[in-house]
Design a protein around this ligand. Sequence first.
Ligand code: ADP
Length: 723
Amino acid sequence: MDISIESLPKIIRDGIREKGIVSFTPPQIEALRSGVLDDISVIVSAPTASGKTLIGELALINAVLRGKKGIYTSPLKALVYEKYQEFRFWEKYGFRIGISMGDYEVTEEELKRLENYDIIVTTYERLDSIMRRRPLWMNNVGTIVIDELHMLGDRSRGHIVEMIAIRAKLMGIQIVGLSATIGNAEEIARWLNAKLVKSDWRPVKLYEVIAYYSGRSEDRQWYMYLPKEIFNDQSPIVVDDITKYWILRAVKEGFNVLEFRYSRKAVEELASIYSIVLCANLDHKDRAFLDKLAEELEEYVPDFEYEKLAPLIRCGASYHHAGLTPEARRFIENAFRERFIRYLAATPTLAMGVNLPARVVIINTKYFNGRSLEKISVLEYKQLSGRAGRPQYDPYGIVVVAKDSRSMNESLSYIMGVPEPITSTLLSDEALRKHVLAVIVSGEVNTFDKLITFFSNSFGASRLSGDVLRYKLSSAVELLEELSMIRSRETDTKTLLTPTKLGITTSWLYIDPLTSFIVIEGLRDRTNVSDLYYLTLIGMTPDFSDISLPKGLYEWFSDLAEEYEIMGEIPPERIEHSFRDPGINWMRGFIIGLILRDWIEEVPERNIIEKYGIEAGDLRVIRENGEWLAYAASAICRVLNMDNHANRLSVIVERIKHGVKEDAIPLARLRYIGRVRARLLLNNNIKSVEDILRYREKIIRILGESWGSKIILEAERFVEQKQ
Ligand code: ADP
C-alpha cells in the first residue's frame, strides 16, 4: 500500500502540514500500512522519539472522523497534561479535546461533562474508574490509545493497564498500544488481536560505549571503547574517572550528561562530587548565570529543599529523584533541557515518560536491593539508553554502558541483550480482589461463569490452566463475600453475583476492598477516637503500602506504638492480623499517623522532614494519599450510617488538604492563604472570610499591601461565588 500524506483524509493532511511534517518516520509508515486508520488494532514497539505519539494522535482524530470518540491514556499526570496541551492543536479544526484528572472518585457530573468531548486525555487509573462506571457514551468510543504499554508488566500498576485493554478488546474498541522496545511484543499483539509494528529506527544515531574498570578503588582505571566514527581517540581509552571525562567534554563542546543510579543517596552523592568538577571548569559568565538560576529556584520550592539544591545548581549540576517536590523536579527538568544544568544524576523515575534527552547517558547497572547487589534488566537498560540523543539538537547520542562493571562482558550483555518478556500482574490476589469487585459492581459480570469468561481474556490467563484461573477467581469471590462487598446465590444452573452498597462504594472510590474492611473494623463499635487513631488506621491500609519510609523508624517508634495502643490512642495491632495480607501494616500506619498528625497540627514542614528523616517529596505523597484515604474512609462510614465518624473524617480531609488545625479551615480555603498566613491571621483575631472583609485595613497591616489586597480580592470573590 502506498503511504503518503496525500492519501490521508483532508483534515489530517492539513493538520500534519501545519505541524510542519513533510514525511513519516518508518514506524509511522508501518503503522499506517498496518491499517491503524482502518480501525485495526496496532501495537507499536519502537524506541523513544521515533514518532509514536503521532500514530496515536492520528488514530484518535480518525476515530472522530468516523463519528466516534477517542481516548488517550498514559501513566503520569504530568504526561497527560503535556499530551492534552499537544492535542489541543486540533481544536481549530473543530475537534473538542478534554482532560479528566482529579483526586477523588469520578462523579456523575464528571461523566456527563466528558460526554461533550471528541477526544479525552486521562491517566490509567482515571480511565479504569470511568470504565467501571460504564457511562453510555463509552459505547461510542472507537479508539483507545494506551501510551507506555510496556507498563503492563509494572508490579504495582500493570493490572490497571491490563483491565483497560481487556475491556477495550471485549467492547470491540480499536486499541493502539505505544510501547518501548519489549521482548514479547508478538505475544502481547496476539493477545489483543492487534498487528505488531516493531522497529529499531531512531531519529538520532545511538552509540553504545563499552565501559569497565580494573584495579582496586585507590588506583582504579576505566576503559572505554569510543566510536571511531566520531572520536579520533585511540580505542580503548583509559581514564581515571568516566563521568569526569564526559563532563569536561560537555563543558567544552556544549552538551549535557545524564547519569543513572538507583538510590536517592547515590545520586545526591554523584551530584555533589561532580558539581565540584563543574564549578572548577566553568567560566565567569556561566557562573553568574547559574547564580541567577539558583535564585529563581528559591521562589518555587521550600527553603530546606532550596538549601540542598542551590549549591549544586550554581555549578550546573543537580540530582533528580522522587524525594524532591514536583516543583523542584519540573524546575530541574527545564533547566536540564535548556542545558543550563550540564550534569544530572537521576534515579530511573525520570526515564518514565518525561521527555528529557541528553547527548551522553551514563548507565550504572548494579543496585542494592536491601540484601545483595542486583543488576538492572535489559528492558530497563533499553529504556534508560533511550534518553541518549536529542532530536534536532544532537548529531548522535552516546550511552556509556555499565560504568560499574569489571569486564566488558557486562556491557555486551546489555548491548546484545533482548529485553525480558513482560508478564501479567492482574492475577495476583491483591489485584484480582479489586478488579473482580469492579466488574461485579459495574454489571459487566453477574455470574461466576461470566467472571471466568471475562478473566479468560486477560493476558495473564494465557499462561494459566483453566483450573488455576477458576480457583483464583473463586478465592477472590469468597473473600469479597466475607468482606460483605458482594453476595453470591446459587440457582439450578448458575451462581449469581450481586454487589452490596458497601461493595459499590468501595469500587467507585477506587480503594482496595481490604482498605474498606480495615476502616470498618477499626471504627465499628467505637465512638470517641483521637485524630491519631483515624490517621493510623488509614496509614495501615494496603492503599498506603507503596510509601517507603526509612527502615529505622519502625524500630525507633515501636515502644511508643505499644504504649499508644494500650491507651487506646491508636487502633489495636490485631487488626493487622485479621487478614494475612502483606499490604496491611500496623507499624507503618502508626508512623504515617504521626507524620500526618504533625502536619495537621501545623508543625513546620522542615521539622517534620527532619524528625522522620523523609524528604519534601515523600511528605507530599503522604499528604495526598492521606487526604484521599481520609475522604474514602469518610464515604465508607457514611454508607454504613456511622455518621459521627464520617463527619470527623470530613474535617480531617480538609485539615490534611491545608495542613491546619480545625479553626484555620475557613481561612485556608481561600487562595493565597496557606497554613502560615492562616495562623498569623488567627493570632490577630481574624477568624473567617467575613472578618477579612470587615477588617480590611488590619489585613493590609498584617500581611502587607501586596498580599493583603490580593487576599481581600479573593475573599470578595469567594463570598460572591457562595451567594
Ligand atoms: P515517541 O512517542 O516515539 O517517544 P514522539 O512522538 O514524542 O516520540 O516524537 C518525537 C519528536 O518527533 C516530536 O517532537 C515529534 O513532534 C517529532 N515527530 C514525530 N513524527 C515526525 C515526523 N514524521 N516528521 C518530523 N518530526 C516528527
